[in-house]
Every structure is written in structure tokens, then in C-alpha cells.
Design a protein around this ligand. Sequence first.
Ligand code: ADP
Ligand code: ADP
Length: 229
Amino acid sequence: DTVFTARALTKTYTSGEVPVHALRGLDLDVSAGEVVVLLGPSGSGKSTLLNIMGGLDHATSGRLFFRETELTAMDDRELTAYRRRHVGFVFQFYNLIPSLTAYENVAVVTEIAERPMRPDEALALVGLEGRMDHFPAQLSGGEQQRVAIARAIAKRPEVLLCDEPTGALDSKTGIRVIEALLSINAQLGTTTMIITHNASIQDVADRVLFFADGRISKVHKNETRRASA
Ligand code: ADP
Ligand code: ADP
């Protein structure tokens, strides 16, 4: 059951003086329910790939499929519809609305989704059932990120794309955030891709993709995770 198929995917940014080849012919298959970690030096193309998979940007050449649907054949309007329906994003910075409670921050999304969870259900999935009426300023960084995760999954997206979700957190708090992502994967089966430098995620992922210079240079497969999950 394959969710993403990328073939010879390239991305070249031409906005500057010299073209930047961010992806140089990338091949990848992602299965439903997988947890995939993307590792590699800054500038190796990880965010570019996630942005294209999430319908935030267009590839330059090659093909990318979401199930049977070719994302690389879509225009902006179609990509927006795809993104709203199927993709949840988690970024390094939480972008919560400061004047809204945790509950209300999640409710902003559930009001426009097709078959959303209730905000309290989503917050319970990340262990924040006791913090629903707190404002962002009353929450720790890790708790704020977990609200952002609840917001991302409340519309029940098939895929969750996380760009350095623990980048602003200390390692102990980061682990709680990772546990929340794994718990969601286990309970909802959400296919999850995570860009991270956090070593503890690598051990619990199904696969670790090592990026170098716009390509996947090495893959580490964790055969034991599914069996123990
Ligand atoms: P990271 O290493 O965490 O991916 P970067 O600093 O490379 O972060 O990029 C952060 C964001 O800024 C990226 O999502 C990317 O879209 C954008 N970005 C990165 N490099 C450039 C650039 N040279 N010009 C314009 N935007 C860029
Ligand atoms: P990573 O996530 O691995 O740090 P990125 O995908 O952010 O790498 O960046 C890959 C390359 O593309 C880098 O050289 C970066 O500066 C460049 N880049 C990323 N986004 C943009 C952009 N919007 N405009 C121009 N260059 C960009």
C-alpha cells in the first residue's frame, strides 16, 4: 500500500544569481503507515522534498504520485485542495494564535474539515486533555508544539509532514513531542515524515533516509519496529 511514489524528482531554484539544484533526481516509495525520518546536512534538500510532497511547491522535473494521483501534474488550485484534504504540517515554530486557547486553536481547523475529530479528542491524543483552556503563553514549548500537532491531525490527514518539529525544544521535551507523533501513528496509522536532528527519533522510525546534495545517499531500515509496535 504505497502512499507516495517519487521518480527522478528534481527541484532547481532559479530565483537567485545562480540556479540551486535542491533535488537532483530522487526516487522514493513511502508505504501507508510508515514513519520515515529524513536526515542530512543543512541544504541537502530535505525541506524541499517535504514542501513538494505537501503540495506547497512544484517540482522542476520528474514525477510524484500521492497514491494514484500525480501531484506533479497538478496546478496550484488542485495542490491546495490536495493539501487541505490529505496533509497535516508540523513546523519548528508552532504558529499558534496567542489570543485563542489550546482548544480554540484546534477548533479553527476542525470547523473547516470534512470529517474532523473534536478538538478535545485531538488534544487527548497528544496528552493535553488537561490543558485545553490554556492560552499558548501559559504552555511550555513542548506543550505548544503538541497543540500544533493536535491541530495538524484533527482533520484526520493521511500524511503528517514534520519539518524539525523538535528543533526549538530541549532534548527531554523533544522526546515528549516525538512520543506524541508515534502515538498518533500507532493509533491513527498516519503516514509520518519527519526532518530531525534528534537522535532518539532515528531508533523508532521504520526508515531513516540520509540526504546528501539533493539525493538520498543511504537508507537505514528498522525491521524490528513494526514487530514491536
Ligand atoms: P532548514 O535547514 O531547517 O531546512 P533553511 O534555513 O535551509 O532551513 O531554510 C528555511 C526555509 O527558508 C526553507 O523552508 C526554504 O524554503 C527557505 N529558504 C532556504 N534557503 C533559501 C534561499 N536561498 N532563498 C530563499 N528561501 C530559502
Ligand atoms: P534542507 O532542508 O536539507 O536544509 P532545503 O531543501 O531547505 O535543504 O534546501 C536545499 C537547497 O535549496 C539549499 O541550497 C537552499 O538554500 C536552497 N533553497 C531552498 N529553498 C529555496 C528557495 N525558496 N529559493 C532558493 N533556494 C532555496
